[in-house]
Design a protein around this ligand. Structure first.
Ligand code: AMP
Length: 128
């Protein structure tokens, strides 16, 4: 699998980079040569899986602009595979990807949250 050169803004010590290097354990759900899927440590729904690319991309924008077409295709195939593996069809599920400060993105390695297993309610919860 070919990946593009590292983004200088990418922090190689973020927690997902460390999971990819095997320095921190994860509860793996699925993997292919472009992506790894594992359970979120703080689940927000009965099924809450994070899917991350193996390449060093900070967020959705970085991934979309710098990843190869093969990486992008295999990443989204992994997301679809997990949704089927977790029996989320036909009931459905939600994909979320936080990008940048306004979104509240905590981990600066591109990831998609795959949520399901119950009715998920409104898209956004707002305080006050
Ligand atoms: P975000 O706010 O979109 O960056 O989401 C980061 C997610 O990573 C949160 O839902 C955290 O619960 C999750 N997370 C952080 N550390 C770990 C970890 N070691 N294993 C699994 N999930 C994690």
């Amino acid at each position: 699998m070919t990946t593009t050169a590292p983004n200088p803004a990418y922090d190689p010590n973020n927690v997902f980079a460390r999971i990819l290097r095997g320095e921190i354990p994860c509860h793996k759900v699925y993997e292919n040569d472009a992506a790894l899927a594992f359970h979120d440590i703080t689940p927000a729904a009965p099924v809450h899986v994070l899917v991350i690319p193996r390449g060093a991309y900070t967020d959705f924008h970085d991934f979309t602009h710098r990843a190869t077409p093969e990486e992008i295709a295999k990443f989204w195939q992994a997301v679809d595979h997990v949704a089927q593996q977790e029996n989320l069809l036909p009931a459905g599920f939600r994909l979320i990807t936080n990008t940048g400060p306004d979104s509240g993105q905590e981990v600066p390695h591109f990831h998609v949250h795959l949520l399901g297993g119950e009715k998920l309610g409104p898209l956004l919860s707002r305080k006050g």
